[in-house]
Design a protein around this ligand. Sequence first.
Ligand code: SF4
Ligand code: SF4
Length: 135
Amino acid sequence: MQKKRVVFSYPQHLVEQPVITRLVKDFDLTVNILRARITPKEQGRLVLEMTGKRSNLEAGINYIKELGVEIQSLAQDVKWHEDRCTHCTACISICRTRALDVDRSTMEVSFNRDKCIACELCIPVCPYQAMEILF
Ligand code: SF4
Ligand code: SF4
């Protein structure tokens, strides 16, 4: 089994299509919606975690792309501005996935994109706007 965290951007005409249902039924994938947002222009934006066999994941993603849904890795939409980070550690206890973590020996904060689920909890607690979610 493999997991993949991705961001789907739906064009307006696909917002009401049962795209996720097809992924579950036709490709035997488990789909966990981490975030969902519809923009004022009615473009859909979903952050998903998909789990399944590698071949099914690839087939499901190809199906989605052929429909016209833009797909990108979640990592591309979450930014840690290291130059702004003062390693104050205010975000550490709020980050449930430990994507933001601190090395207790050096007190240096680091960010692991692969663990981030784009929950946005760190955004309001960071006094230096070092975390940015781009959607
Ligand atoms: S968005 Fe959520 S998971 Fe990602 S770094 Fe911030 S608190 Fe952690
Ligand atoms: S709250 Fe902001 S400045 Fe402080 S450690 Fe976290 S990312 Fe860095």
